[in-house]
Structure formats: structure tokens, C-alpha cells
Design a protein around this ligand. Structure first.
Ligand SMILES: C[S@@+](CC[C@H](N)C(=O)[O-])C[C@H]1O[C@@H](n2cnc3c(N)ncnc32)[C@H](O)[C@@H]1O
Length: 325
């Protein structure tokens, strides 16, 4: 389900229940069950057979929710956290830099809450494969259950394993390796062994502290990786708002156009929530105000989640080197 789409909700599906922009939750739809939230009680039976995206009204006819098709991006927003997780700004940047696409073979450790695993699976499906390793037994079991429920087992294999102590148990198969571990430098040798030798191998290590980056970079260099680079992704939100737009002819004529501030709350909301693009409204004197929809970055930039250290492993020399990548 997470790497393919279907139209109609069936018994056993995982749906994303959308209450509002800031409130969503995952729900496994099961015949005979009921779902309760602050808007009331919703019968699963009423959901089965509906099209994804449908609005369902509770049995009192008061509250409603929307039932969304699950995607990795939505899953990252609703996944039950067992650990710190990767969020979309990092996920998208890492996926691009590791050149993930259908058919790629990828190794990841640790699996954690499986947030990144879901995105990797969707990106490399249907012909690629993700081998993901987690040494915390309960986390490995929980992630395995989710991969089964989300029909991802043809693309994802999870193993309960300590990769620092025991390596990945894979040799010469991976196009890319992703390490989200407390001591990624201790897994660099195992990553090198797992990477393909006939083409460029790519690695990314996710670490919150610069000291971890330094140790990782040294280990990558010692093991023959090159093009070692570190990035941090800083997400900046943009607000969309309508602002008055002076008439250019009046400005050229040297006439100052004055706009009265919109005091009426209802009217202000109308201006702010107006449809995208430019529009018009009238001021208190009935004269026309032209509006322009603009975006403005918010003043607050949320702190980064981690540093991303990337490197590549050049192919070994030989006749069978794949230069197409
Ligand atoms: C921060 S979490 C990973 C989160 C994951 N990237 C996500 O998006 O959900 C790190 C995980 O690495 C696991 N881990 C730590 N050391 C490990 C090791 N030596 N072998 C395998 N897993 C390990 C931890 O148990 C933890 O679940």
C-alpha cells in the first residue's frame, strides 16, 4: 500500500485519519470495530468500501474526519515514535544525494521507528530492496509487524542484529548505505564490505554532533571513501498572505496610494484566506484595493536535526566496472 495506490478502502487497510492540518493519526480499518476521537464515534464498517479521501461523518451527524491514503510522507507525520526519527527535509535530501530510485539496493541501520525505511521502500520499489538492521529486539519486531501490515515485505527485509558487533552479513550487493547509529564510524568497514565493487557506492551518516562527524569523516577516509562532504538541512517555513498592491500607473504619476488598514476581523480573514493569485476588495470608502498573494519566510528557523555526512566509494578497477551510473 505504501508504494502503490488503490481507490477503495478495504478491511485490514491502514488509513491516515485527517482531523485538521495539525492533527492526523493512523488507523487500521477492521470490520466490526469503532474509532473514537474528540469529534465522536466512527464505525469502521462505514469506512470499508469508501473511496480514499472520503469525508466520514460520525453517527451523531456532528463531527467528521477525512480518510487519506497512506504515503511514506504522511506516515512520517503519524508514526508511533519508538526513537528519534528522520523528517522529510532530511529524507528528501538524503534520498537525492544517495541517488535512490527504483531498482537500487540499500542498507540501513538502525531501523528505529521505520520512518526513513518507508520512504526508502517507496523510492526503490518495485525492483529494488532495502535491508534494514536494528539491534533493539522489540523495535525490530514492531517495525517488522508494520512492514507486513503495510505490504512492504517484497521491498524491505528487516533483521534483528547488532551491526557494530556483527556487520551486515552482506557483501558486494548495496548501491547505498545509510547509518543512523550512535557510533557510525564503527560500522564504516562493514558498510564498505556491503557496497558493490563494480560501480560507485554511496554512504550517508546521520549524526547530531560535529565531534561524531569528525570521527566518521576520519573513518571514511581511512577506509578509502572519497568526496567526503557534510551538510545540514535547515527547514524554513513560509507564510502565505494577501497584501494590498498599489496601482503602477498611480505610482508612476507620483500619486501616493494610501490604504486603510482592514480593521474588521471578518473582512481581514476574508482578505487573508482569499484564493491564491491576485484579487480585489474594497476599502471602507468603497474604492478598489488590489491584492497580491505573497509568501514570507517565518522569523523562526527551527534548529537542525543532524549533520549529514556523505561520501562515495569508487569502483575497484577491472573489466566489469559499470560506468553507466
Ligand atoms: C535514531 S534511531 C533510527 C531512526 C530511524 N532512522 C527512523 O527514521 O525512524 C537509531 C536506532 O539505531 C539502533 N542501533 C543503535 N546501535 C545499533 C547497532 N549497533 N546495531 C543495530 N542497531 C543499532 C537503535 O536501537 C535505534 O533504534
Amino acid at each position: 500500500m505504501f508504494h502503490e495506490y488503490k481507490n477503495v478502502i478495504e478491511d485490514g487497510d491502514t488509513v491516515i485519519v485527517y482531523l485538521n492540518h495539525n492533527s492526523m493519526s493512523p488507523l487500521k480499518v477492521e470490520a466490526g470495530q469503532v474509532y473514537n476521537n474528540r469529534f465522536g464515534t466512527f464505525k469502521h464498517d462505514d469506512m470499508i468500501g469508501l473511496k480514499y479521501g472520503s469525508k466520514v461523518v460520525n453517527k451523531d451527524g456532528r463531527g467528521f474526519v477525512f480518510l487519506l491514503h497512506p504515503t511514506p510522507a504522511l506516515w512520517t507525520q503519524v508514526v508511533p515514535h519508538r526513537t528519534q526519527i528522520l523528517y522529510l527535509p532530511d529524507i528528501s535530501f538524503i534520498s537525492l544525494y544517495l541517488d535512490l530510485r527504483p531498482g537500487k539496493v540499500m542498507i540501513e541501520s538502525g531501523t528505529g521507528s521505520g520512518s526513513f525505511s518507508h520512504s526508502i521502500a517507496r523510492t526503490i520499489a518495485p525492483t529494488g530492496h532495502l535491508y534494514t538492521f536494528e539491534y533493539h529486539e522489540i523495535r525490530a519486531q514492531t517495525a517488522k509487524k508494520e512492514f507486513i501490515e503495510h505490504n512492504l515485505t517484497s521491498v524491505v527485509t528487516i533483521e534483528h542484529r547488532d551491526v557494530i558487533a556483527n556487520g551486515f552479513g552482506k557483501a558486494n550487493i548495496a548501491d547505498a548505505v545509510f547509518l543512523d547509529l550512535p557510533a557510525p564510524w564503527d560500522a564504516v568497514a562493514a558498510a564498505k564490505a556491503a557496497l558493490r565493487k563494480d560501480t560507485i557506492g554511496r554512504i550517508c551518516c546521520f549524526s547530531p554532533c560535529i565531534e561524531q562527524v569528525q570521527r566518521t569523516a576520519l573513518a571514511l577516509d581511512e577506509h578509502g571513501f572519497s568526496d567526503i562532504r557534510m551538510y545540514e538541512s535547515l527547514a524554513k517555513d513560509y507564510e502565505i498572505r494577501n497584501v494590498p498592491q498599489p496601482d503602477i500607473d498611480e505610482v508612476i504619476d507620483g500619486q501616493r496610494v494610501s490604504f486603510k488598514p482592514v480593521k474588521n476581523d471578518k473582512k481581514k480573514r476574508k482578505l487573508e484566506n482569499g484564493s491564491a493569485g491576485s484579487g480585489t476588495d474594497t476599502d471602507a470608502n468603497g474604492s478598489t484595493i488590489k491584492e497580491l498573494t505573497v509568501t514570507k519566510p517565518t522569523d523562526v528557523v527551527r534548529g537542525h536535526t543532524s549533520y549529514l555526512t556523505f561520501a562515495i566509494l569508487a569502483p575497484e578497477e577491472g573489466d566489469d566496472v559499470d560506468m553507466s551510473e
